[in-house]
Ligand binder design. Structure first.
Ligand code: GNR
Ligand code: NI
Length: 164
């Protein structure tokens, strides 16, 4: 397994729209394993393939405390969104920045596992927020896109000073 490099905002590659996975092979299995290793090493509670410059619809999540289990989703789709919740979010691709974002409070996600078996899962709280955050990465979106222009400019300035 390999820890992969995480891209940082405003890297344009983070804006790539991911393609659907069509082959459930050993290469996919390695990608999922590398994503878990990269997420735990960071450390983070989620990671989208986009963040390691692989433009396939693959996300991993482990929200710790409340619900500590490694979850992976291939070709994830939100099939139900309910309620509104505000939570302070961070992102491994936008290091050191934490801002409050509004999202659905509870969700139902449909996806495949690495063997190609379809499943559905309901989630709320931090897990629901994290899954929505990861799916947006696959669409080339970042949580900072929802903030005001002023805040977005300030964030890019701050990141450029980090020099990582
Ligand atoms: O580690 C992460 N923490 C987090 C906190 C609140 C809402 C979403 C997240 S996801 C983030 C890891 C990451 O950047 N995933 O894309
Ligand atoms: Ni993120």
């Amino acid at each position: 397994m390999t820890i992969r490099e995480i891209l940082h905002h405003p890297d344009e590659r983070l804006r790539t729209k991911a393609e659907s996975v069509s082959k459930y092979d050993g290469k996919l299995e390695t990608l999922v394993a590398d994503m878990f290793e990269t997420m735990y090493a960071a450390p983070g509670i989620g990671l989208a393939a986009t963040q390691i410059d692989v433009h396939l619809k693959v996300i991993v999540v482990d929200c710790g405390k409340q619900d500590p289990r490694p979850l992976h989703f291939i070709n994830p789709e939100l099939v139900r969104l309910e309620g509104i919740e505000q939570m302070e979010e961070g992102c491994l691709s936008v290091p050191g920045i934490f801002e409050t974002v509004s999202r659905a409070e509870s969700i139902k996600v449909r996806a495949f596992d690495k063997c190609g078996i379809q499943f559905e899962m309901e989630a709320d709280g931090l897990l629901a927020v994290c899954i929505q955050h990861e799916i947006e990465h696959l669409e080339g979106k970042l949580f900072v896109d929802m903030l005001s222009n002023f805040k977005q400019k300030r964030i890019i300035k701050k990141l450029s000073k980090l020099n990582i």
